[in-house]
Design a protein around this ligand. Structure first.
Ligand code: FES
Ligand SMILES: [Fe+2]
Length: 386
């Protein structure tokens, strides 16, 4: 299981670049700013807007479960991805499969939703017992002769694109072929994978809840640090600099470095990602719905999926790469607690915004030059919506 992870390389060029750009930002020589912008409030309230957004989201990858949870043949998991019932299976050949979890007879949900388990080779619909194997093939139908018009080859579960990347199983909620996974993840995905977030990462913690706000408010709240010193006074404000990010984006994905105050007091000849991880946090945001926060020895990640204009489903996990898995459960619990205590502050503010959206106070949200990542997110969305 041991594999070379290039974290110990002296003068890792990725690490050095992060370090030097952070130091420059701290000394005020590279204040990252973009153009001021605004977004119509109607974009957070309009069901037609949301329908267009959901149609787009369903064509793009969404992380749905840690690979470690689906590691062995017979492992399975059911969930929803942007409203589509999804079943994931690990087949006897070791392949990971994703299907629409809907029976091909008369549409019943085949496997109970939001469940998981091990050692399952057959999935039986509770209605008339049409049966599928872990590859989705139809392998049993009572009174089959009564279905001369539905050949067995046409009665298998509908497959969805699935990939194993960055420690997670990623699913696209629309059947399609030829999706360019390498192109989607790009250099930011490669950087996360090189940090050890692959099939060996495990997930000691997870969350799931309904958030009473538009999905975009949740993401915007996590793409700027302008609010840290005010909204996070009880949690992480003392750790980070005020109003400072070191930002890069590749395509529609973002990498946002948050230098800690300790970085300014630290000098080092050899810069590696261990050092960077002790003195920064890095947000890796994968458009449109996946937010990852790298905190040196683990990643906290969450996804958002809109259910209506006023609500979204949130799923969260913690991912720990192999090299840090020896650390005690209490360490991960402590980290998980601080992450969600901080996030709860953000989520409460997003809910408060949503509750006032219909007041008429604002026609538009104003994003400052310091909130340019929010503007870039909205530009990506608008461009892809055409
Ligand atoms: S709906 Fe599944 S067997 Fe009839
Ligand atoms: Fe926040």
């Amino acid at each position: 299981m041991n594999q070379a992870i290039p974290l110990k390389l002296a003068d890792d060029p990725v690490a050095r670049r992060i370090w030097e750009r952070s130091a420059t930002a701290i000394h005020g020589q590279d204040p990252q700013r973009g153009a001021p912008s605004s977004q119509p409030v109607s974009h957070y309230l309009n069901p037609a807007q949301l329908a267009d957004e959901l149609a787009l989201l369903k064509t793009l990858p969404m992380p749905v479960a840690p690979i470690a949870q689906l590691a062995q043949p017979g492992d399975w998991l059911s969930t929803r991805v942007h409203g589509v019932p999804v079943l994931l299976t690990r087949d006897a050949q070791g392949g990971l499969n994703a299907f629409i979890n809907v029976c091909r007879h008369r549409g019943a949900i085949v496997v109970p939703e939001e469940a998981c388990g091990h050692g399952k080779t057959r999935f039986v619909c509770p209605y008339h017992s049409w049966t599928y194997d872990a590859c989705g093939a139809s392998v049993g139908r009572p009174h089959e002769a009564d279905f001369p018009h539905v050949p067995r080859e046409a009665a298998g579960l509908v497959a969805l694109p699935v990939a194993e990347r960055l420690g997670m199983a990623w699913v696209i909620a629309t059947p399609q072929t030829g999706f360019d996974w390498d192109g989607y993840f790009g250099p930011i995905g490669a950087e996360v994978e090189a940090l050890g977030y692959n099939s060996t990462a495990f997930s000691p913690e997870r969350r799931q809840f309904v958030q009473p706000s538009n999905w975009k408010l949740v993401l915007e709240g996590n793409l700027e640090s302008y609010h840290f010193q005010y909204a996070h006074q009880k949690t992480v404000a003392p750790i980070f600099h005020d109003n400072m990010v070191v930002h890069e984006h590749a395509g529609d994905h973002h990498k946002i470095v948050l230098p800690k105050r300790t970085l300014a007091e630290t000098s080092a000849n050899t810069i590696d990602m261990d050092l960077v991880g002790r003195h920064t946090h890095i947000i890796y945001y994968f458009f449109p719905c996946a937010f990852m926060l790298w905190e040196g020895d683990h990643i906290d990640l969450f996804t958002v999926s809109p259910t209506d204009v006023d609500h979204c489903d949130v799923h969260g996990w913690m991912l720990v790469p192999e090299r840090y898995q020896h650390r005690a459960a209490e360490h991960w619990q402590k980290n998980d607690f601080l992450f969600w205590e901080t996030l709860d502050e953000d989520f409460a503010l997003a809910a408060s915004i949503q509750s006032g959206l219909r007041s008429g106070a604002n026609d538009a949200f104003r994003f400052g030059r310091n909130e340019f990542a929010c503007a870039l997110f909205n530009e990506s969305l608008a461009r892809r919506l055409g």
